[in-house]
Design a protein around this ligand. Structure first.
Ligand SMILES: *Cc1c(COP(=O)(O)O)cnc(C)c1O
Length: 496
């Protein structure tokens, strides 16, 4: 029997996994969630010996039940190949008493590659299975990393087009250069005068616009999403937590059945939600530590039960986490409310009307497995410099938020459970902030000189993704107001 997915805002809206992947967001504005979380039926011995690809198959087949074995294995093989610079795909690296799960060895050197390497295959397979005759238009809002990873995944994929909106002044120099130099006739990259929330809200509005949907359909298109609101993003992200546990077992760092903590630098709540789903599958996870930067809505939420986005949006040195509306939290809220779509829809309506909502005591109690923490830009710089001096290991600014939050958590709680920290980006992607943290003397250097210096100092090779943009030409230079998003989409698709 197939595992079905239903919208977090309407129980009656039920679809198969491949339909959920194809749609991205539910028509009612809700997110698709699995009706039950399947069990991870693997012995520790098996787990310890599996490759990344094998782990991916074992996890994904449980969630994406209407894909055949052959289809799923083909998707996995095409995704996790030489695009990654190590056969391990996601290596686990021990430094100063914690295990850093390096999720940045893919084509665009951020963890978004883990899911976006496979999403295009899952989506084109889903289109075939469902006899979709329209061209798929991927509409994406990015805080910097999703955009490039999605572009790299969907560029020149037949039957698809991709449009990416990014906050013009809200991403790092390397992130922007990576996006605006993207090749492929089916790609479109547009800067927004606004922040990530503006871009994400705008994209969600376009999704919900029925009239626009009809116009699109007439022209032979349908929208879908590459953001983590798409279940096809979330499921592949569960894999690496299972894999990490297997690696810890294999290395003898953990005994069979012993628990681990997981720390995740969080923005849209996708990555940590995947860890939570892994825990629900039965992976022995003790605490889920949600690390925020100065946009600490989630920290406040876990502390008080009040989600309140009415505050200043702060541009930080970890731009991919500069978010005040964490979309995927809705999936947790829904579950904590006892899979109650009505209650969830009520809270989400409050969020959209007042910018805040308060969850019940019972819901707060259900969330006690989560611990929130946050780190300031100063803390982050201190963490990067401190760990480098002590161990020679260089963190990017996002991973440093998590590392710093973990250090404080451990000091305060005395909890010595083996801990995996999701390492979400290569330090090369945020070379300026990283190098200035290590030594203020780097402040005057240009971006590529800093990159070479980072290579020297860390003893690591400059990644291919960075070499590619050194001399790449800018192919996308459009910047618009957030009110012009619809017009821009129509212009690219040649709809009048
Ligand atoms: C996207 C991103 C995050 C935040 O992940 P979410 O799934 O949105 O919580 C953290 N770090 C980096 C480098 C990212 O690109």
């Amino acid at each position: 029997m197939n595992l079905m997915y239903r919208s977090t805002r309407d129980d009656k809206n039920r679809v198969t996994a491949s339909q959920a992947v194809l749609k991205g967001l539910a028509e009612d504005g809700g997110l698709f969630v699995p009706e039950r979380i399947p069990e991870l039926a693997l012995s520790p011995e098996t787990l310890a010996d599996m490759t990344y690809q094998e782990t991916a198959y074992e996890v994904m087949r449980q969630f994406l039940t209407d894909y055949t074995e052959e289809e799923l294995k083909a998707c996995i093989c095409s995704a996790y190949d030489e695009k990654f610079d190590t056969p391990e795909i996601a290596p686990l690296c021990e430094a100063d008493g914690a295990y850093y799960l390096e999720l940045f060895h893919g084509a665009t050197i951020a963890f978004k590659d883990m899911a976006l390497s496979i999403l295009p295959y899952l989506m084109t397979t889903a289109a075939k299975k469902n006899h979709e005759d329209k061209e798929i238009v991927i509409l994406t809002a990015t805080s910097g990393d999703t955009g490039k990873a999605a572009l790299a995944g969907f560029a020149d994929v037949p039957g698809t087009k991709i449009i990416v909106f990014y906050p013009k002044n809200g991403v790092s120099a390397v992130q922007e250069k990576q996006m605006v130099t993207q090749k492929g006739a089916n790609t479109c990259v547009i800067g927004i005068r606004g922040n990530f929330d503006d871009a994400q809200t705008g994209v969600k509005r376009l999704f919900g616009d029925a009239a626009l949907g009809e116009e699109l359909a007439k022209a032979g298109y349908r929208f879908s999403s590459a953001n983590s609101i798409n279940i096809g993003r979330l499921v592949p992200q569960i894999v690496y937590y299972v894999y990490a546990y297997g690696k810890l077992l294999k290395a003898g760092k953990i005994r069979s059945g012993e628990r681990m903590n997981v720390v995740v630098p969080t923005g849209n709540f996708g990555n940590i939600l995947a860890a939570y789903y892994a825990k629900c599958m039965g992976l022995p996870i003790e605490r889920l530590i949600c690390a925020s930067n100065e946009n600490k809505v989630l920290y406040d939420f876990f502390r008080t039960g009040i989600y309140d986005r009415n505050r200043e949006f702060i541009l930080t040195s970890s731009p991919s986490m500069d978010i005040l509306i964490s979309s995927n939290l809705e999936r947790l809220i829904y579950r904590m409310a006892g899979d109650d779509a009505k209650e969830n829809a009520r809270l989400m309506a409050e969020l959209s009307e007042k910018g805040s909502y308060t969850v019940s005591e019972a819901m707060r109690e259900a969330m006690t497995g989560f611990t929130g923490g946050f780190a300031t830009m100063e803390d982050v710089a201190g963490e990067i410099a401190g760990l480098y001096k002590k161990t020679g290991y260089v963190l990017d600014t996002h991973t440093a938020v998590a590392s710093c939050v973990y250090r404080a958590y451990r000091a305060q709680s005395g909890d010595s459970t083996p801990t995996v920290i999701a390492s979400t980006a290569s330090p090369y992607k945020f070379a300026r902030s990283v190098m200035e943290a290590i030594n203020p003397k780097y402040a005057g250097m240009d971006d590529f000189a800093l990159i070479d210096e980072l290579s020297r100092l860390s003893g690591t090779k400059v990644p291919r993704a960075i070499e590619e943009i050194r001399s790449a030409v800018v192919l996308h230079d459009k910047v618009i107001d957030k009110s012009q998003m619809e017009t821009a989409v129509k212009a690219f698709l040649d709809i009048h």
